[in-house]
Ligand binder design. Sequence first.
Ligand SMILES: Cc1ncc(COP(=O)(O)O)c(C=O)c1O
Length: 384
Amino acid sequence: MKPNVRPANPNFSSGPCTKRPGWSPAVLDNALVGRSHRAAPGKAKLGEVIARSRALLGLPDDYRLAIVPASDTGAMEIALWNLLGPRGVDLLAWESFGADWVTDTVDQLRIHDSRIISADYGDLPDLGRVDFARDVVFVWNGTTSGVRVPHGDWIARERAGLTICDATSAIFAMDLPWDRIDVATYSWQKVLGGEGAHGMLVLSPRAVERIEGHRPAWPLPKLFRLAKDGTVNAGVFRGETLNTPSMLCVEDALDSLVWAESVGGLGGLIDRSEANLAAIAAWVDGSAWARFLARDPATRSCTSICLSLDSPWFRGLATDDQAAAVKRLVALLDGEGVAHDIGAYRAAPPGLRIWGGSTVETSDIKALLPWLDWAYDRVVEGNP
Ligand SMILES: Cc1ncc(COP(=O)(O)O)c(C=O)c1O
């Protein structure tokens, strides 16, 4: 039987993620379009994004925050290109985005003293192997495996190297211990449901010190240059962006931040996301065919919630047929208009990835779950 309740909002994509409840294009009415981002009102809007973000995140006063080009990838590559070189690097990788930063560091920047500490989809690598005398690059939440680091206790508070954290699918939905993070990056298109193309870069005082004291051995394109003659560009942390931002996206980011404040700030955002994970976990507990890809419950992501199919029928299929079966299941749900974009990431094992970030309503997650059973049964019957 088809369930008779549908999610009010079927958008469960892991990026761009669903807009906040109640969003409409009218929130952009006051966007400063057709004006210079360097004029006083433009700078004020950009400065407001930075100020509201800092306050929501509880950033320490001496940490800096900048809006940079090219989304989270831009922010991470700006960090890697400006900071790496003086020390060996420990690279943690347990899914495809962590692996991307390995490629940047090893193949592009050619840091020879690199150690790759990796694990397969579903697991975390051995965090005890990390040496904090070295620089450390890691993703807080592995968006494509749904495996997150459960806390920051494994990161040395006293350390000589820098900790560089891609936090894009964690920030605003998970608590980040700022005293253990020197660099964090994210984009607007994830937990707050903003738009792509703009990145955010958090720098600790030690990260700024590194930028000022170290001249990278490689060229830095203008888009990546955070310092001039050994002095960091202070304007970029006040909203004087490296190049032209979209003022429509800026307006949208402001709307998402005001909404975030209205649901209780960071604590409220985290609670919303954890409630989504809890709803799915309760369903998985009783499921005859679904399990978490994350093996250790403590590492289950509350944002990119990745599920594997696990039943005698599914295990009996050849690998290609398993992938085809999941595709059919995802297409059925998409066709019914109950869940868009919930297939696993292309490089991940076949399965489902349901975004449970803070803009997703738990009532929509709960409405989706019976549909997953319905679609699974249709696929098993071979009668999609
Ligand atoms: C962990 C992680 N890093 C990097 C990216 C790339 O982000 P963007 O496309 O915003 O640059 C993503 C996108 O999903 C991500 O989840």
